[in-house]
Design a binder for this molecule. Sequence first.
Ligand SMILES: Cc1cn([C@H]2C[C@H](O)[C@@H](COP(=O)(O)OP(=O)(O)O[C@H]3O[C@H](C)C(=O)[C@H](O)[C@H]3O)O2)c(=O)[nH]c1=O
Length: 181
Amino acid sequence: MKVTETRLKGCFVIEPALFEDDRGYFMESFNQKKFDSILSRPVTFVQDNQSFSKKGVVRALHYQIGEHAQAKLVMVLQGVVLDVVVDLRKDSSTFGEHIALELSYENKKQLFVPRGFAHGFVVLSDTAHFFYKCDNNYNASSEGGIIYNDNTLGIDWKLPGKDLFLSKKDKLLPTLENARL
Ligand SMILES: Cc1cn([C@H]2C[C@H](O)[C@@H](COP(=O)(O)OP(=O)(O)O[C@H]3O[C@H](C)C(=O)[C@H](O)[C@H]3O)O2)c(=O)[nH]c1=O
């Protein structure tokens, strides 16, 4: 397993060991003991989520506030997405900054997103099956969000705006300046 910390402290790219043979491949997509060795404190995941989306779908930029904040281990089971996380930790020297990276079935990369981040992705392949573990349960009343094209964030979603598709809810999200943090 290869672990690389990103420039946003506490956010890691994880590349699981892949065992390929004539049948195909095997990998441990999550191992609590190995995962705990990466982080300074243990993370216990309590909920697994999946979503399936067509090309151009943007599910972004979401988070839960306060005690319901979620850390996530995100990965792609089929297709390719550009995954984006924005640092919303008020005491962070990289507050408001983001990283974006391709996660795909091919590259098997995973991203650990600590609590205090907004998360989202755009689907770059015809379809994408997205899977992620959360260390806190869904709490609808604590959901927050930032509009994906907030120009203070400067996120390049790679596809032309005319080809992007968002939920009604996501189209109405506020800018970072007006977001509920
Ligand atoms: C997130 C969530 C949603 N739901 C229900 C609520 C809605 O009736 C329906 C669709 O929810 P939503 O449109 O918020 O789904 P996404 O747009 O994929 O939201 C996710 O998008 C980005 C990528 C994230 O990182 C978040 O985990 C999450 O906000 O599922 C649940 O029942 N449990 C849940 O944990």
